[in-house]
Design a protein around this ligand. Structure first.
Ligand code: CP3
Length: 360
């Protein structure tokens, strides 16, 4: 391990497909890789056109469509990684929970889990039904070869459990925390079952060509540190380890996690996703020097005048200070109505940024 040697490698020896993976592993790169959470979505006309003819779940289940949506967004933006078009909730169906996306409301699970019996009834033997996601990944990987990193993903045990129990989004996670505190054995059984299914699901994705797996713990910020440690950390660690054993790096992402970052890093994930509420260097200090970080522009800054946007992008890159192991991204997903040209402008800014000239 001699990082200095690798920094002087000619840029053409550092293939763009591996730039992103190298950064995940804290290896030096020719420039900071960049991609965006929710880069294929309603802010983009091309996606809205596909959505006119298909529901979200239809797109996910038709590998040709899912691959097209993934590829179109990544190429239009010129990013370094393509995240497969899918949804966090897809594994609920093979586990026996039906859900749908209601316009304007987000996901709704028809019969949310509330009792020990509900948890016992969940199936763990049908992860193979999710093979349509793997077929889509194969198509994306074949299209990009080594030009672009391909990211597979799944939800984290806590976040998926919260959807299953609440039946949708939630403000206070009362049902979730009630099961966690009052019926801890069912809670643990639920997390174990989720991990079992996700391990199989991630294996399908990696075998299909995913270079990296991102684990979304979008709502983990609803937990205090003690509850995170007592009720979520172990299951997450298990999942992270199993995915790493498949031979790919893991990005572990959450929102409003400033107080949890050190413990999130203790899962062993290669990369920790940071939200925007903390400067990147502070977040990185909390994560520790042996992990890469991903982030952390406020997605709503994409609505700002380009001068403000540029200032914030440069602040993040300066806070990273050229240290190996930074992947530029947002602190959470792109929202509908975001000007596409501003997303493209951020890609240009990251690609053109040079640390030594940035002060002058
Ligand atoms: O490029 C990409 O990132 C798109 C692929 C993707 C989707 N969902 C498609 C989608 C990814 C990575 C997800 C993950 C996901 N899904 C998460 C974790 C990411 C995060 O934001 O923290 C979560 C929490 C979900 C569950 C989910 N799916 C919600 C809460 C919603 C409704 C959001 C809203 O604004 O209405 C969805 C729907 C969804 N999934 C959309 C997309 C593009 C938008 C709705 C649509 O096209 O009809």
């Amino acid at each position: 391990m001699d990082p200095m040697k690798e920094t002087v490698a000619a840029p053409e020896t550092i293939l763009s497909g591996t730039r992103f993976v190298r950064a995940c592993l804290c290896r030096p790169v020719d420039r900071t890789p960049v991609w965006f959470l929710r880069q294929a979505g309603r802010y983009m006309q091309e996606y809205r056109d596909v959505r006119k003819h298909h529901t979200l779940v239809e797109i996910c289940k038709q590998p040709q469509l899912a691959a097209e949506v993934t590829i179109t967004a990544a190429e239009k933006l010129g990013v370094d990684a393509a995240i497969i078009f899918a949804d966090l909730l897809l594994p609920l169906e093979p586990m026996g929970l039906d859900f749908e996306f209601m316009a304007g409301e987000g996901p709704v699970v028809h019969r949310p889990l509330r009792t020990a019996e509900d948890v016992r009834a969940l199936r763990t033997d049908r992860a193979g039904d999710l093979a349509y996601v793997a077929r889509a990944i194969e198509k994306v990987a074949a299209h990009f070869r080594d030009r672009m990193g391909v990211i597979g993903f799944c939800g984290a045990p806590y976040t998926l459990a919260s959807y299953m129990i609440e039946g949708g989004g939630s403000k206070n996670y009362i049902h979730t925390k009630q099961m966690m505190y009052r019926d801890t054995s069912s809670w643990r059984m639920l997390l174990d079952k989720i991990v079992l299914v996700l391990e199989q699901y991630c294996r399908l994705q990696v075998q299909a060509g995913a270079d990296v797996i991102q684990i979304f713990d979008s709502w983990v910020g609803s937990l205090g540190l003690a509850d995170y440690r007592d009720y979520a950390l172990e299951a997450t660690k298990c999942l992270v380890r199993s995915v790493q054993q498949l031979g790919v790096p893991v990005i572990y992402f959450g929102v409003e996690t400033a107080g949890l970052l050190g413990d999130m890093a203790s899962t062993g994930a290669d990369v920790i996703g940071l939200d925007w509420r903390q400067p990147l260097d502070e977040g990185w200090r909390a994560v520790g020097p042996h992990h890469a970080v991903q982030g952390n522009l406020d997605p709503i800054t994409l609505f700002a005048p380009v001068e403000v946007l540029e200032l914030r992008v440069k602040e993040i890159l300066q806070a990273a200070n050229g240290r190996p192991g930074h992947i530029f991204n947002l602190g959470h997903g792109i929202v509908p109505g975001t000007p596409v040209e501003n997303v493209q402008a951020v890609v240009r800014m990251v690609k053109e940024f040079r640390l030594e000239t940035s002060n002058g």
